[in-house]
Ligand binder design. Structure first.
Ligand code: HEC
Ligand code: HEC
Length: 221
């Protein structure tokens, strides 16, 4: 190879390496994430904190949720696939690295890794069990509703029932400016149910034991 050919070959290798790095997933750092939560704790670090839009419900528990799902959810707000205006505004300012770091932090925040894996969920009312069977919820969210078949799917056991209900209804809404979530899988599932049925499902799943928590955190530590 003459020097020019060598140089071109080098460029080619370098550009392939660069694009491979870009394609790689951003690695989250929980310690770095812990320094970025000032923007979150005003809502997610207060027990029983309520949101008032589009209806009154408790802000979701995010401590103990899976990191890949947390990243997916934050990215969905950032891209506008989830339209909740507050979370859209907040994620607008986050980089992919911030999102990965926050996800790493919250997925391990307050988690006791020595606990035995959760047993299958106790059965609920006949009506609730009929709806769970119809929706095939266990296939994806696991028989404890805390062991999703894919790490980008959420744990939902023990989440606030009023939030679960708001989230389920949101998947049915895809044509509004400020409310709704567009998700191909959950959209198809939620649309099979009336709102009363979604409330029944939310109350059952929310009553189950699970990993999710709100950990009180204040600036006055
Ligand atoms: C002003 C209150 C508020 C602040 C501040 C806030 N959130 Fe939220 N967050 C909410 C509400 C309300 C929802 C539910 C939105 C919906 O219905 O989709 C939510 C949803 C989420 C979800 C989705 C949970 C799930 O189960 O799908 C994640 C993850 C999240 N927030 C993380 C964060 C992080 C990380 C921060 C800080 C960078 C933050 N939030 C700041 C109110 C807030
Ligand atoms: C084919 C797989 C699949 C099935 C079946 C399924 N889900 Fe889901 N579910 C998902 C995925 C994937 C998400 C995450 C969607 C997103 O990122 O917004 C999700 C999200 C949710 C959420 C939102 C959680 C949150 O924290 O915001 C709720 C609530 C939920 N599912 C309840 C149910 C219920 C109840 C059933 C049964 C009636 C069910 N799902 C069946 C895959 C599934």
């Amino acid at each position: 190879m003459n020097p020019l050919q060598l140089f071109l070959a080098f460029l080619l290798v370098a550009s392939v390496t660069v694009s491979a790095t870009h394609a790689q997933e951003v690695q989250g750092d929980g310690l770095a994430g812990g320094k970025k939560i000032a923007m979150c704790i005003g809502c997610h670090g207060i027990l029983g904190f309520h949101a008032s839009f589009p209806e009154v419900y408790k802000v979701p528990k995010i401590s103990g949720q899976g990191a890949k799902y947390l990243s997916a959810a934050l990215t969905a707000y950032k891209r506008g696939e989830r339209k909740h205006p507050t979370m859209r505004g907040i994620t607008d300012a986050l980089t992919a690295q911030d999102i990965a770091d926050l996800a790493a932090y919250y997925s391990s925040n307050g988690v006791n890794f020595n606990l035995a894996p959760l047993a299958p969920a106790p059965t609920g009312s006949a009506k609730a069990m009929e709806l769970v069977t119809k929706g095939g919820c266990i296939t994806c969210h696991g028989d404890s509703f805390s062991k999703p078949m894919d790490p980008t799917y959420p744990k939902i056991a023990g989440q606030h029932p009023d939030y679960l209900y708001a989230a389920l209804k949101a998947y049915k809404t895809t044509d509004k400016e400020l409310i709704g979530r567009s998700h191909p899988i959950m959209g198809g599932i939620a649309k099979q149910f009336s709102n009363d049925e979604l409330r029944e499902l939310a109350n059952y799943v929310g009553s189950l034991p699970g990993d999710l928590k709100t950990i009180p955190q204040s600036w006055l530590r």
